[in-house]
Ligand binder design. Sequence first.
Ligand code: PLP
Length: 461
Amino acid sequence: MKDFNQNDLTAVVEADRAHVWHHLLPHKPLESSDPRIIVEGKGMRVWDQKGKEHLDAVSGGVWTVNVGYGREEIADAVRDQLVKMNYFAQSAGSIPGSRFAERLISKMPGLSRVFYANSGSEANEKAFKMVRQISARHHGGKKSKILYRHRDYHGTTITTLSAGGQEHRNALYGPFTPGFVSVPHCLEYRAHEQGLEGEDYGIAAANAIEEVILREGPDTIGALCLEPITAGGGVIVPPKGYWERVQEIVEKYDILLHIDEVVCGVGRTGTWFGYQHYGVKPDFVTMAKGVASGYAAISCCVTSERVFDMFKDAPEDPLHYFRDISTFGGCAAGPAAALSNMDIIEREGLLENCTAMGEYMLDQLNALADRHEVIGQVRGKGLFLGAELVQDRTTKEPADEKKVQAVVADCMQQGTIIGATNRSIPGYNNTLCFSPALIATKGDIDEIIESVDGALGRVFG
Ligand code: PLP
């Protein structure tokens, strides 16, 4: 507990209740309960307005604070940069912008250019716009369609929702941008109806993408956009053989590969980027959340030189270059924070810690599954893990969504913040999500597991 001045905080709660529209929350319940306001954070812990301490097992709620809270060196780097030079439109460069681009590219062999923006949605839209411009200028308007996968999510704007494979996130927001086509997901746990498993399923799931390409016509498809490991759609680790086959397919049909690393990027799965587990060769990689661990708003759309070259090959054409700007893509706080964030990850060996602690946590979750029949499957990579809850292990019928939320609420009561797939896939909002900061220790993980153990026992008996 922390002893915060309750007079000040009562006024804050009142102001919040009167004027703040919270993200992702239905507001009716807040009329009869206090909004939660997070006042302080340090390491893996946060404190709410009542002074209650919580162990954060979801890195700021949405896989963001990869290096943990209270990092003074990032705050100092941002402050030093802001007093020297806070902002100039990114048509000019900045010192941290150039340095971070070079540093980032050193982690991404085969890629060479960084386009700065502010959110994951925006970074994805940059890639979509690039694909459309390549189509218009290099393919006579063909190859303009973009494939996306069922259960993946790429952002909140109307166009990124058009590439969104989560029905509940899209509902009521149409009409959508045309030219986006869905391919099936690759969740092996739910492939039992097809009677396939392991590599056989992995190849079949990738071949399902090829079927869509052939149905639509390969000369209509410009890009395939995928999360390396699906995040909010249920922590879906691709099956064996999947990515290798996807790579063959995009090469066969000359389709650009866009990997959305907004969640997996910058260490979350134990490598700098999720796609690096699978040896794939993307043309676009987009990233946001962990790039600066939430210390500043920054996102990046990184491309290959092949893509970049397609925007400078005809200088006599006034429309040949990428005519795009995000005002705050020029704010120097973003790359200054991102450089410092990367320093910390390297100096403290956080990729290695993420791999080791991820394996430990996976083992502990599997041990929980031995005790709780309701856990149908545990999956994940690094400190990016999920436990899918089912009513029956044979039929795999998903657990009741309300009970899944009750587990999250019970953990919260105990002082541990966990997540769950929520309001995304109809019928399948049944996966508990864990993404502690990359600094997590065995002690932290034991505490998370103990909370989940207790909550599962109370909610499911
Ligand atoms: N891509 C993925 C995989 C995401 O999970 C998210 C957000 O959760 C986004 C894109 C959108 O990022 P932002 O909310 O920063 O626009």
